[in-house]
Ligand binder design. Structure first.
Ligand code: COA
Length: 648
């Protein structure tokens, strides 16, 4: 296949690139572009159009090439070559024009975007900055606050907004190519200076950089790239284009070699691979999902289904519980509507709330989210099998019970599996898909498809206590407790994990969620005869310290205080179980705890509970707050990985 073809008609050359699936600017494509651009002056044309065949415009640099030494021609050289031409080239943009693709477009004399086009600089999400003139040309094309937003947040914008901001000249409603040709002709008649020669807008007030940094820190916590992008942008106002561009390139090259960018690229491909599994499943489409149980989890799952556009039935045991479930769900939908995620009235028009399994009779999928007790679950599934059609899929959202024990009571276990959502289910991107041995391939395929439609990332987990995520969580918490037993304070451990990049340490997180949940699980395991040793968490629960909700857990939360305060009372309670020794420093604490997570991850892989290390990384990042820019516990402890330094 030719990567690039040039057609000349009426004095205008149209360069069409075709590099499926997303027209990434791979080395061969860049070489073809360089050749075609160089040939334009001798082609006897007055103008040219640069466009792409297929799904969209150039989706950016080929991310797979970032791991190796760069091969010329670089994208920034192509953008410079476009600017240096004696004739105008207009970018005709449809679909996504991202990263290097948008940078090439900014090297063109003009830009026309189709109405559905999407433009942006996602580099920061990969730990990079636009390094091919994207920052320095944005400084000249856009108002400073808009340039700051685009280069530091990675926000993708639509064609209309791009036109309003000055990033594109026109939005094409009809024939994109015809309108690009028209603009090219106009620019041939009345040329204008390229972006690099355009004067900068007046310098922004210094406060802009502070607020831009704060906004970026919220969206990309711990990631260095947004600040670097803002530094490069701010420096434009003190220097000429070429110097600024060289600084942009140098910063890009430095980040390209950084551990953060390697980790973020790893997560990018892990997510794409997971999404591909969902897409490739070819399973039947679920048409009428239902949820049994309208507590926090059930209502959250129902909200996620409504947000994905499904008609949803939510059932509870009694009229009172059904009314409470409806109110809970309406609250979640109202909150989502407030954030502009949906139209609350329209979403709720697709909701039916009813009582008991018979209310779910018409559903082709029912997700059970009731109390975590095997007897309760079995009764509920028996009722569901009696009420629903034999083809209906019945799944459990259990997080700790063995789905095989639920399946054992079913007449049609081939239509059953576990689907473990994370709370709040309408927000959290992760779902663990847990088939039982009897689960039919068609059942699993339909669930993959559902996960894809929900916009979530699914990870297949085998059956073990806690599946992938909660099993690692248990080991992580036990290791954190072991550090406290050895004399570290909970605050020191939490501080070390925050320093590593978590938003919260393990003890703060337990106080937030409540210590009673894990305690109840330990008690259940003990009652079943498992050798679960008494731990510090048990002591706190027995003393009524369940966490924030009781005013204290590992920490105290004095009236009105949201911040955890180190607790003398908790320290006194746990002291008899502690054997203080040498307390490690913060880096050592983080390295030890992440090492424990990775060790559990390796055991999980050895047992076949997870298929690949990157699945474990996704579970930790999307479900448990592991810092994305560390790449996950398996990635950051892989052989040859740099030592786990503290976050800047
Ligand atoms: N470099 C290399 N491969 C890329 C890529 C890139 N810039 N962007 C996407 N791909 C790959 C994906 O990994 C996937 O590969 P696979 O089929 O082997 O799994 C394939 O292209 C299709 O991508 P997918 O995301 O499934 O397609 P989509 O139509 O849903 O979305 C995009 C297309 C372009 C919107 C989306 O892929 C995207 O946002 N890519 C990121 C682009 C980016 O970050 N560019 C800046 C680079 S600095």
């Amino acid at each position: 296949m030719t990567l690039l073809r040039t057609e000349i008609r009426d004095g205008i050359a149209v360069l069409t690139a075709e590099n499926p699936p997303v027209n990434a600017l791979s080395h061969p494509l860049r070489a073809a572009l360089a050749e075609a651009i160089a040939a334009l002056p001798g082609a006897g044309v007055r103008a040219a159009v640069l466009t792409c065949a297929g799904r969209g415009f150039f989706a950016g640099a080929d991310i797979r090439e970032f791991g190796a030494a760069p091969q010329p021609p670089a994208i920034h050289a192509l953008a410079a070559a476009l600017e240096a031409l004696p004739l105008p080239v207009v970018a005709a943009i449809h679909g996504a024009a991202l990263g290097g693709g948008l940078e090439l477009a900014l090297g063109c004399a003009g830009r026309v975007a189709a109405a559905g086009a999407e433009l942006g600089f996602p580099e920061v999400t990969l730990g990079l900055i636009p390094g091919s003139g994207g920052v320095v040309r944005s400084a000249r094309a856009l108002a400073p606050e808009e340039a700051a937003r685009l280069v530091s947040l990675g926000t993708r914008i639509g064609a209309e907004e791009a036109q309003r901001l000055g990033l594109v000249d026109r939005v094409a409603r009809g024939d994109l190519l015809a309108q690009a040709r028209a603009l090219a002709s106009e620019l041939a008649e009345s040329p204008r200076p390229p972006l690099s020669a355009r004067p900068l807008p007046p310098a922004p007030a210094p406060e802009l950089w502070q607020s831009a940094r704060a906004a970026a820190a919220k969206v990309h916590r711990g990631v260095e790239a947004p600040d670097v992008a803002l530094d490069v942008l701010a420096a434009c106002w003190g220097t000429d284009f070429e110097t600024a561009r060289a600084a942009e390139r140098a910063a890009f090259e430095r980040l390209r070699g950084s551990a953060q960018s390697a980790a973020l690229r790893h997560v990018f491909f892990a997510e794409r691979t997971a999404a591909k599994a969902a897409r490739a499943s070819g399973g039947p489409e679920i048409a009428r999902p239902g949820v049994l149980g309208g507590g926090t989890m059930g209502a959250g799952i129902a909200a996620a289904l409504l947000m994905a556009g499904y008609p949803v039935t939510l059932a509870e045991a009694t009229p009172e519980a059904a009314a409470a479930a409806r109110a809970r769900l309406e609250g979640l939908i109202a909150a989502a509507a407030k954030r502009g995620k949906l139209d609350a009235g329209e979403a709720l028009s697709r909701l039916t709330v009813g009582e008991g399994a018979p209310a779910l009779a018409a559903c082709d999928l029912v997700i059970e989210a009731v109390f975590e007790e095997i007897g309760v679950k079995r009764a509920v599934f028996a009722a569901l099998e009696a009420a629903c059609a034999p083809e209906a899929l019945l799944v459990t959202n259990t997080s700790y019970l063995d789905p095989r024990e639920i399946a054992a009571g079913l007449a049609r276990p081939e239509r059953f599996a576990g689907l473990h959502f994370f709370s709040p289910a309408q927000v959290m991107k992760l779902v663990e898909l847990v088939p039982v041995p009897q689960t039919a391939p068609g059942t699993e395929a339909a669930l993959w498809r559902l996960i894809g439609r929900l916009g979530k990332t699914g990870v297949r987990a085998g059956i073990c206590d806690g599946f992938i995520g909660n099993r690692i969580l248990r080991r992580y918490r036990a290791a954190a407790e072991a550090l406290v037993t050895a004399g570290a304070t909970p605050a020191a451990v939490d501080g070390a994990m925050r320093g590593f990049g978590f938003a919260m340490g393990p003890f703060e997180a337990q106080d937030m969620g409540g210590l009673d949940i894990a305690h109840a699980q330990r008690q259940a395991a003990r009652a079943a005869g498992a050798p679960v040793p008494r731990c510090l968490g048990d002591v706190l629960v027995e003393a009524g310290r369940l966490g924030r909700k009781t005013g204290g857990g590992w920490y105290d939360y004095p009236e009105g205080s949201r911040a955890p305060v180190p607790s003398k009372a908790a320290a006194r309670l746990i002291a008899p179980l502690c054997r203080p020794g040498t307390v490690p420093g913060a880096e050592e604490i983080a390295a030890r705890l992440v090492g424990e997570m990775a060790a559990e991850g390796r055991a999980i892989l050895d047992e076949g509970v997870a298929a690949a290390p990157q699945d474990i990384d996704l579970v930790e990042i999307l479900g448990y707050g592991f810092p994305r820019w560390r790449g996950g516990p398996m990635f950051c402890t892989r052989a040859g990985a740099p030592a786990l330094a503290r976050a800047g």
